[in-house]
Design a protein around this ligand. Sequence first.
Ligand SMILES: [Zn+2]
Length: 97
Amino acid sequence: MSRIYKKMINYTEEAVRRIMPGVLKEYLKSNPGTCTCSICQDDILALTLNELPPHYAASLAGEIFTEVSLDLIGGKAQIITVITRTIKQVSEKPRHK
Ligand SMILES: [Zn+2]
């Protein structure tokens, strides 16, 4: 049982983790003052994951995340939209000074 549990992954999280750096980079081009410290990045990730529906799947070891996985969770465009919104939210009210 515990062995199966360890291999359970949230595809939404996988997708967000992969897409976020690029979205952040794009966002910085038009908003150069945005903080990208690890605290803010963690907050962006958490807020984004709270907004997107999770999509858990039992994954075989070494299985590669594909574009197909993105479609399963609503598509890349939707994820980018949510990430962009949470970046704005976090940068306007960072948890640190
Ligand atoms: Zn920060």
